[in-house]
Design a binder for this molecule. Structure first.
Ligand code: ZN
Length: 108
């Protein structure tokens, strides 16, 4: 099973693909993905048996296209998304600096 990059059409094994996921956004239920070949950045949602590609809109993530990945599972944690496929598990973490971005500087 290979998963394509929709920008450059390279195809990746699940391990290569999911290791390139970063920045889990729990509110919008999406992860960011950066193609290891062409550097294209995409947003996607991990769904049961599929990846959902789409766009953030009005504070939500709208899935426009689904790519079937039979056996794909997700487990939402507070600051992490666990993605599993067969025996493998990948963890995609939330970027913590986003949560502290509003904090005032310690010193003026
Ligand atoms: Zn690419």
């Amino acid at each position: 099973m290979l998963i394509p990059c929709f920008a450059c059409e390279s195809r990746f094994r699940p391990d290569e693909f999911f290791l390139a996921c970063h920045d889990y956004h729990r509110g919008m239920d999406l992860v960011a993905w950066t193609c290891p070949r062409c550097g294209n950045r995409d947003d996607l949602r991990v769904l049961p048996d599929a990846l959902g590609f789409g766009y953030p809109r009005r504070g939500r993530f709208d899935v426009q296209d689904r790519y079937k990945v039979p056996g794909l599972r997700r487990h939402r944690q507070d600051l992490r998304l666990d993605i599993s496929l067969n025996q493998d598990v990948w963890h995609v973490h939330t970027r913590l600096h986003r949560l502290t971005a509003g904090r005032s500087p310690a010193r003026a």
